[in-house]
Each structure stands twice: as structure tokens, then as C-alpha cells.
Design a protein around this ligand. Structure first.
Ligand SMILES: O=C(O)CCC(=O)C(=O)O
Length: 269
């Protein structure tokens, strides 16, 4: 747990709660505004991470059923005949632990947004051995401007993320340039002058980054899975768009269980 007296709210003891509510200090809020991202070490302690780790294993083991959590697979880059879980989305409605996690993160995101935060989407990126990386992009490039003008992601590190297993890579200050273009990742020309740096994380670390912050990651060519949970929020004054987002996404990029044979689905950003 962080040493600042502002770093916890003391809500850990509330009825039925497993997780405390992380709170940011002023210096962290200022750094987020300057860089477009903020790393908070040990945002959750080891006891809390034991729960989050167990919840992620439960989600992975949940049966894949249409109308429940959304599971996406990918072919391993190490053994191409092997199918891996790439990510699971839309978890909180079907898992009380992740409902609690996405709820306790709202406090700190609200501090960064300057008003109450509303959950937009959430997922676990599993990046199993042989799991692919992500091209440099801004999350806003995935058509999010159809719902609100600004979002903040929180990454919760479940497994240690390293340069070798494809940790997040970030670049400071470039969020101020706004949206480059929708539905395409960043080009070489866009990235002139951008310096992407590895952002290794340990279980319990949090990374806040906004929807214009360029980021990327490499494949996982190690023999261990690297799970990162991401929850994304927008300002309450911009509305609650989660249900519409998932209805729209289902039309173009449904979970694997709902895919039509013979139709091609292309991941764009
Ligand atoms: O989990 C990662 O490696 C990066 C994820 C990412 O960039 C994304 O989901 O947009």
C-alpha cells in the first residue's frame, strides 16, 4: 500500500468489500495531465491481488455461452495450430468480483476526469504464450468518439508484465495532439518524434491512460501467460454508453461464440 495519507479511503472494511478504493494524490493527477498516463505502484496489495487473480481464473473457466462474457481467441505465434484466449470482455455484468473492481476504480478515474466516472467497457487481455502484440494506436481510434469525447483506461496488472512477455509501451505527452484518425492504427509518419518506452508492471500496479495516449505492446514469446485487466470510463455528464457500445460492436466484431461461418471479421484498432 502506498504511504501517502491520501492514498486510501479506508473503505476496505465496508460490508462485503474485498478491495479498497485507491485514491490519487495531487502530484499524480498533475503527472497524468502532463504525460497522458500515470503508473501507480502497488495500487492493490497482495491480499487484494490474490482475489483478483482467483477471479480472473474463474472468468477464464466460465463456460463460453452466447449472451454472457465475450471470449475472443487467437492462433498462437509459437504453435499456429493452437488456439489461445486473447481476451475476455464484458465481464462485470457476470462476475461480482470484477463488478466490485470496476466500481472501486471509479473514484480515482473520477479525480482525473474532474467528475463522476461511468464504466464504458472492460476486458482482460490474456496474452498467453504465443499471444500477439498490439500495433501502436490510440484507443479513441476504435470509433469511441461516437459515444463520448474523452475516456480514461485503468490497467490493473494481474501477472508481472515485462518487455519479454509484452508489457504495455507508452509515450509521454502525445495525448495532447488529440485523435489522429479513426479505425486505423498510427502510421510511421504519425509516430515521428514519438519515443515509446516499456511500462513494466508487477501484480497490483495500476496504469491510468487516456483515450488519446499512444500505446502498443509486443507479442508474448515466453512460456507464461501475462494477464492485464483494463476498465474504461467516460464522464457521467457524457452519458452511460456501455449497453449501446456492446450492441454496436456485436454487429461488426462479435465474440467468437456468436460468429457466422464464412463471414470475415477484421480487427482494426
Ligand atoms: O494488453 C496489451 O498488451 C496492450 C493492449 C492494448 O493496447 C489495447 O487493448 O488497446
Amino acid at each position: 500500500m502506498r504511504s501517502s495519507s491520501l492514498a486510501t479511503t479506508g473503505q476496505a472494511g465496508r460490508d462485503g468489500a474485498t478491495l479498497h478504493t485507491p485514491i490519487l494524490i495531487e502530484d499524480e493527477i498533475a503527472r497524468f495531465q502532463t504525460d497522458g498516463y500515470l503508473v501507480v505502484r502497488a495500487g492493490f496489495d497482495q491480499g487484494e491481488m490474490r482475489h483478483i487473480d482467483a477471479w480472473a481464473r474463474e472468468v477464464e473457466a466460465m463456460p463460453e455461452v452466447s449472451g454472457r462474457q465475450w471470449v475472443y481467441h487467437e492462433a498462437s505465434l509459437i504453435e499456429p495450430d493452437r488456439q489461445l484466449i486473447a481476451r475476455i470482455e464484458n465481464i462485470a455484468p457476470f462476475h461480482a468480483g470484477f463488478a466490485e473492481l470496476s466500481d472501486v476504480l471509479k473514484g480515482a478515474v473520477g479525480q482525473l476526469l474532474g467528475e463522476e466516472a461511468v464504466l464504458f467497457k472492460e476486458k482482460i487481455n490474456f496474452k498467453m504464450p504465443g499471444g500477439a502484440g498490439f500495433k501502436p494506436h490510440q484507443d479513441a481510434q476504435a470509433g469511441w468518439d461516437a459515444y463520448a469525447d474523452y475516456f480514461i483506461n485503468v490497467l490493473v496488472c494481474i501477472d508481472a508484465a515485462t518487455p519479454e512477455n509484452g508489457c504495455l509501451k507508452v509515450v509521454a505527452g502525445q495525448h495532447k495532439r488529440g485523435l489522429f484518425r479513426s479505425w486505423e492504427p498510427l502510421t510511421e509518419a504519425d509516430m515521428q518524434g514519438m519515443e515509446f518506452v516499456d511500462c513494466p508492471t508487477e501484480p497490483g500496479d495500476l496504469v491510468f491512460f487516456d483515450s488519446f495516449a499512444p500505446h502498443a505492446s509486443d507479442p508474448n514469446m515466453t512460456n507464461a501467460t501475462r494477464r492485464l485487466y483494463y476498465a474504461t470510463y467516460n464522464r457521467a455528464s457524457a452519458g452511460d454508453h456501455m449497453a449501446r457500445y456492446y450492441v454496436d460492436k456485436h454487429k461488426n466484431y462479435p465474440p467468437d461464440i456468436d460468429r457466422q461461418a464464412g463471414r470475415e471479421y477484421r480487427f482494426r484498432v
